[in-house]
Design a protein around this ligand. Structure first.
Ligand SMILES: Nc1ncnc2c1ncn2[C@@H]1O[C@H](COP(=O)(O)OP(=O)(O)OP(=O)(O)O)[C@@H](O)[C@H]1O
Ligand SMILES: [Mg+2]
Length: 151
């Protein structure tokens, strides 16, 4: 497992670039962490690192957003609003899985039983900061785990 410390959004963007380079495609990535901790921001960084130059939005309202670049097709999902995991069946995710697919899935627990297993898991949490700052610090602990490498 790798550990990164982000002090601000710019750090998170740089970490996203570093993480993108380590993804071996096809890859299914789960993003774990509480509300507003920075999952979408990190996804945006990964999508931009892949070479997508236009604006990257949050897929909260349509569950899935697709981005095609030369090297891969990224499917960014946010399952926060999913009431029932079976609702994602209509997305036909198996048909979207090919050699150049990159799945980035926020709130994967909401789709339990209907998602492929994670190849990589990214967890984000708030960090205390340096003790001088308030509780609502911008510091984040980001961990990156390659599930294929876990014995
Ligand atoms: N170090 C940091 N890394 C990432 N985002 C940060 C950081 N510090 C502050 N932020 C801010 O935190 C917010 C993170 O929002 P974001 O939508 O990425 O979170 P999220 O985890 O996807 O939320 P949700 O649970 O609603 O999907 C942004 O407003 C961002 O600017
Ligand atoms: Mg989000």
């Amino acid at each position: 497992m790798q550990t990164y410390h982000s002090q601000n959004l710019n750090d998170t963007k740089a970490i996203g670039e570093t993480l993108f380079k380590q993804l071996e495609l096809p890859a299914c990535v789960y993003l774990l962490g509480g509300m507003g901790v920075g999952k979408t921001s990190l996804c945006q960084a990964i999508i931009q690192a892949a070479g997508y130059a236009e604006a990257v939005t949050s897929p909260t309202y349509n569950l899935i957003q697709e981005y095609t670049v030369d090297s891969c097709t990224i499917y960014h999902m946010d399952l926060y609003r999913l009431q029932d995991p079976a609702e994602i069946e209509y997305l036909g995710l198996d048909d979207l899985w090919h050699s150049k697919s990159l799945f980035l899935i926020e709130w994967p627990n909401n789709g339990e039983g209907f998602l492929r297993k994670a190849d990589f898991t990214i967890s984000i949490s708030q960090e205390g900061g340096n003790g001088q700052t308030s509780a609502a610090s911008d510091s984040r602990l980001i961990t990156f785990e390659n599930s294929k490498k876990i014995a």
